[in-house]
Design a protein around this ligand. Sequence first.
Ligand code: NDP
Length: 435
Amino acid sequence: RTRNAHQPEFIQSVEEVAETLIPYISQHPIFKDQSILERMVEPERMISFRVAWVDDKGVVQVNRGYRVQMNSALGPYKGGLRFHPSVNASILKFLAFEQVFKNSLTTLPMGGGKGGSDFDPKGKSDGEVMRFCYAFMTELERHIGPNTDVPAGDVGVGAREIGYLFGMYKKIRNEFTGVLTGKGLSWGGSLIRPEATGYGTVYFVQNMLAVKDMELLGKKVVISGAGNVAQYAVEKVLDLGGIVLTLSDSQGFIYDKDGIDREKLAYVMKLKNVERGRISDYVTKYPSAEYFADARPWSIPCDIALPCATQNELDGHDAKLLIENGCMCVAEGANMPSTPDAIHQFLAAKILYAPGKASNAGGVAISGLEMSQNSLRYSWTREKVDNRLKVIMKEIHNSCIEYGGCETGYCDYVKGANIAGFVKVADAMLAQGVV
Ligand code: NDP
């Protein structure tokens, strides 16, 4: 705590994991004797650097760039880059810590990392985003590589940014390698990567419901966010016959009682990905929907809630409302969207609750498959990758049950994800000695 003072998000993510891991570790003294958890909470390396770039007015702007190389016991560091004004060491360390467990759960050979900058892409021209990405990569390039550290996208870093980052890496290093994932299809990207986190979250929900002999057909689903994860979560819920009632962004949410259908989803994708507009525009296009400014969608009665926007976007009060209104399943598409109070309420009410490190692992899993395809210099079909995604999500679900237990019909996915993710990394660390 003293060493990580002023890092509340990081402390929150470690405490959440420690709550279930400490009892497990006390039954397995080798992990305690070798200080495995103490080592896991300290990044192997953390880089912070100046990013200076010139805006459209010719003014020099300065941002701070980071890369947290958290744990490489299982493979090269792997995890996204986030460009958002809120980015700081605490947020990136929490994301990197979660990433270690998540990557372990996929069973693919990936360590954990995370990075980014306090740069805000909102309102910037294409040229400004490109110049920022170039400046960011001129420093980051010396710390990454296809066998060292393979960054990807996250909030504020989509296909456009990955393109600019990859372009500069290739120019400096004079090599075409799979150093980033989330690349365009014609230059090394994988089919299904854009869809993978949203689809994977919904596949995970399918597995959770199956334990209770239920399915998504006809279920009312409340989703937050309107970005990459939220959009493809909507698409997969629709594929499986569910009804999506809400979407949100950082300024408010929309409630469409008639359901967000495919045509409306196509509109949201254009609005958010091409026009970079606000979700409030939805009600201008579809006046039967309602817009709630400065609010989150958890007050809308639903069967299933999928928080897909950002950390700590669902607090204890929201959790209480969801439960009171009959919500029976919460699966996190975002990283750590539920506060500790919200998690305790879900666990106490014994509803189905999946933490992001399990339910949103589909994105990094397909990034892992993108790395494999790059090494093979080969591209797998959409069907093959989607099938692998379904299998991986099922296996993660089953690992959670194996380690978390599912007695008397109640499955503890929090305990399961934390222990299953931990054991593999811990065993590898033990085998590699004190390094
Ligand atoms: P995007 O940038 O595509 O979308 C983020 C969405 O969340 C936007 O709608 C954004 O609204 C909203 N949002 C951001 N900050 C806030 C806030 N403070 N309050 C309310 N809403 C907010 O990001 P992604 O969809 O890629 O990521 C969403 C979450 O999923 C993040 O937690 C990310 O770490 C996690 N994740 C993403 C993966 C991926 O493959 N993309 C993989 C695994 C996890 P606005 O437009 O107003 O900013």
